[in-house]
Design a protein around this ligand. Structure first.
Ligand code: HEC
Length: 394
């Protein structure tokens, strides 16, 4: 349990103790005791609410995971007011993209319907609809251990030695080199990552060393990325992958061996996904600098479908916009990140690749501050994955 939880933590819930016990508790403490709230909703935890949290929250809020467990009514009920606040302010789940600017397959955000149900359940007194025994059990499936959620990969690769993560260790990104066994060029149509110790693994990215290009990033809610049907990355014979893992210490010291999984496409040839970058020139940010506008752009040298955007922003990043300026003069917003969460970096993977003609100018506008007390250089960069153009549904 974190210090923050102790401070803000669950409120005393004597609901089912009975009057005698309540009187005793009241006599022993001078703290105000919360009475059982009036129930004014027909929404129930086990039927209506747990399935929403299963989709949106248990990837992090479950036993042996990065955040405290919310899988049972007994665990979730004391947090009801905090859950309402977190979803109303859209701090949870942590996702920075503003709705309506691009549609993303890895968007963990609540739909309006889910959001309405959660808030109405809390406002209506947050009933369980369960017996006391059932309230201690999760009414929906919760994975106890990390699994390959998109199916067993064709090839699993791991860093050569386990990584020790001390208790309470601050955020730290560690880098591993992983040798692939490919004797000839290999097509790869999907990449996944499986944390060894999910209590300490917050994010991970996979790069191809030789071409220095981004291939995939993992977040707890998006375990794998697949390219569209028939499209693959090509990795050269003997390719080396760079795996970067973002660790955050747990209450105990643990040791992690995470794995990268590759889904292979054994066709000798076919459509290829390529990468390009939109970069800004290095910009000096003096100590204490307020959010500063930094721009960069790149031009598409061929028609393409934009499949994914992977931002690499500094720790002081506040917001980011990516727009496409088409040769016909029209402008399309592609991505807008606001209240950027540097602690939960995520790629943005389009549900359908966005078709863009040759000559399209991709313009990045980032705002980065420098809350630190030494000058830094900001150099925001976006890695883009392009696939052969298809009909756009943007
Ligand atoms: C990507 C991981 C992740 C996802 C997904 C996620 N959370 Fe969290 N959440 C966290 C972490 C980490 C914390 C801080 C936990 C701590 O201090 O132990 C947190 C904190 C919270 C808090 C406590 C805030 C406070 O008052 O300090 C609440 C309530 C919460 N989350 C609710 C939710 C709900 C509801 C969902 C789903 C709609 C959700 N979270 C999805 C990682 C996540």
């Amino acid at each position: 349990m974190s210090a923050r939880r102790l401070l803000r933590g669950p409120v005393l819930r004597p609901g089912r103790l009975g009057f005698a016990a309540l009187g005793l508790v009241a006599a022993l403490t001078t703290r105000p005791v919360e009475t059982h709230p009036r129930i004014s909703t027909t929404l129930l935890w086990h039927r209506d609410i747990a399935p929403i949290l299963q989709r949106r929250c248990f990837a992090c809020h479950s036993p042996n995971n990065v955040a405290f467990s919310l899988t049972t009514f007994s665990e979730a009920r004391p947090w009801a007011a905090a859950i309402r606040e977190e979803v109303l302010t859209r701090r949870m789940p942590p996702w920075s993209a503003v709705a309506g600017y691009g549609r993303f397959q890895n968007d963990p955000g609540l739909t309006q319907g889910e959001w309405d149900l959660l808030v109405a359940w809390v406002d209506g007194g947050a009933p369980s609809g369960q017996t006391l025994d059932e309230e201690a059990q999760a009414p929906v499936f919760v994975a106890e251990m990390p699994t390959w959620e998109h199916g067993e990969p064709d090839l699993v690769l791991a860093a050569s030695a386990p990584t020790a993560v001390p208790a309470g260790a601050p955020d730290e990104v560690r880098r591993f080199e992983i040798q692939t066994p490919f004797a000839r060029a290999q097509r790869v149509h999907g990449i996944a990552f499986k944390p060894g110790e999910r209590r300490v693994v917050r994010h991970a990215s996979v790069y191809e060393a030789g071409r220095k290009r981004w291939l995939f990033s993992w977040t707890p809610w998006a375990p794998a990325m697949h390219l569209p049907e028939g499209v693959a990355y090509t990795l050269p014979a003997g390719a080396t992958l760079i795996l970067e893992i973002g660790y955050h210490g747990a209450e105990e010291a643990v040791s992690d061996t995470s794995e990268v999984g590759l889904y292979l496409d054994d066709a000798a040839s076919g459509a290829v996904a390529t990468t390009m970058a939109v970069e800004a020139a290095a910009t000096d940010l003096p100590a204490g600098a307020r959010p500063t506008r930094i721009r960069g752009e790149a031009v598409l040298d061929a028609a393409a479908g934009l499949q994914a955007v992977h931002p690499q922003l500094g720790p002081g990043a506040r917001s980011l916009e990516l727009t496409a300026h088409l040769p016909d003069g029209s402008v399309r917003p592609l991505l807008w990140l606001r209240d950027y969460r540097a602690d939960w970096p995520s790629p943005y993977v389009y549900t359908d690749p966005v078709a863009l003609p040759r000559g399209t100018r991709l313009v990045m506008t980032a705002y980065e501050a420098n809350p630190g007390d030494t000058a830094v250089k900001a150099r925001p960069r976006l890695d883009l994955v392009r696939v052969p153009p298809t009909a756009s549904t943007f």
